[in-house]
Design a protein around this ligand. Structure first.
Ligand code: FAD
Length: 213
């Protein structure tokens, strides 16, 4: 067996416990500036009452902005906005020599901007991120589509649920705000699409009310 002591000897922890605050929610620029330990629950509770939300909100409340950027973050709106890290417009990073830099896609640190996602903290310590916000409504209308078929048919039904055919892929009228799929057996699944909707629609008879917050 390889001796892995070198990993233990070089284990290096940085206490980021103070880095857990939302610094700014700018509805004009549609950007939230947050510290890396801000988690999904915290950011949702602060933004949803303002009718905005991060473009990609990972499902578990405890997942942090720093972890979703340096690790990996994806969710039901990623068919439109990409990975969590694709929604970041600027990173503030402490480099190995202690210098603090702000990296954006077109400044002197653009190489860092593109290298930070999935870097697992190997390039520096993220101390803040500016993330894109989108306008939202208070409620979500969910549509469940059960599908029975072979693997190819299940795959096609999943693709069809969020990517309409015949050149409509960029038509947001035809693309749902959210998509999620669940496969029960080799031949059975259900695909769920969600659209933000108003309180008035949810009040109509037969609709089940689910508040976004
Ligand atoms: C049960 C479960 C459910 C999940 N569900 C989802 C989901 O719905 N959607 C989704 O997208 N993902 C999901 N994930 C995956 C999760 O998003 C990733 O594992 C994510 O990287 C974890 O984030 P974290 O906040 O726990 O960060 P950590 O695990 O603490 O960190 C992840 C990486 O980022 C580095 N890092 C963290 N903060 C900083 C910083 N400030 N500076 C530099 N480096 C840093 C860490 O060193 C580590 O390498 C799930 C994971 C689990 C265990």
């Amino acid at each position: 067996m390889q001796n892995v002591d070198y990993k233990r000897a070089r284990h290096f922890e940085v206490d980021l416990s103070e880095f857990r605050y939302i610094l700014d929610i700018d509805k004009e620029r549609m950007i939230a500036k947050v510290k890396p330990l801000v988690n999904m629950g915290q950011v949702s509770r602060a933004t949803v009452p303002l009718d905005v939300a991060p473009a990609v909100v990972a499902e578990l409340d405890d997942l942090t902005v720093g972890g979703l950027i340096n690790g990996y973050g994806i969710e039901g709106s990623s068919h439109i906005y990409g990975l969590f890290s694709d929604t970041v417009v600027a990173y503030e990073i402490v480099l190995a020599d202690g210098e603090v830099v702000r990296a954006t896609k077109d400044n002197d640190y653009k190489d860092l901007f593109y290298a930070i996602p999935w870097s697992q903290g190997t390039l520096g310590i993220l101390v803040s991120a500016e993330i894109k916000l989108i306008p939202i409504k208070e409620y979500m209308k969910l549509t469940y589509k059960p599908v029975v078929g072979n693997l190819q048919e299940l795959g096609q039904a999943y693709a069809d649920s969020f990517a309409p055919r015949y050149g409509d892929q960029d038509n947001l009228e035809k693309v749902p705000d959210f998509v999620e799929g669940m496969i029960y057996t080799a031949t059975e699944g259900v695909f769920m699409t969600g659209r933000y909707t108003s309180k008035e629609v949810t009040k109509k008879k037969g609709n089940v009310i689910n508040n976004v917050g």
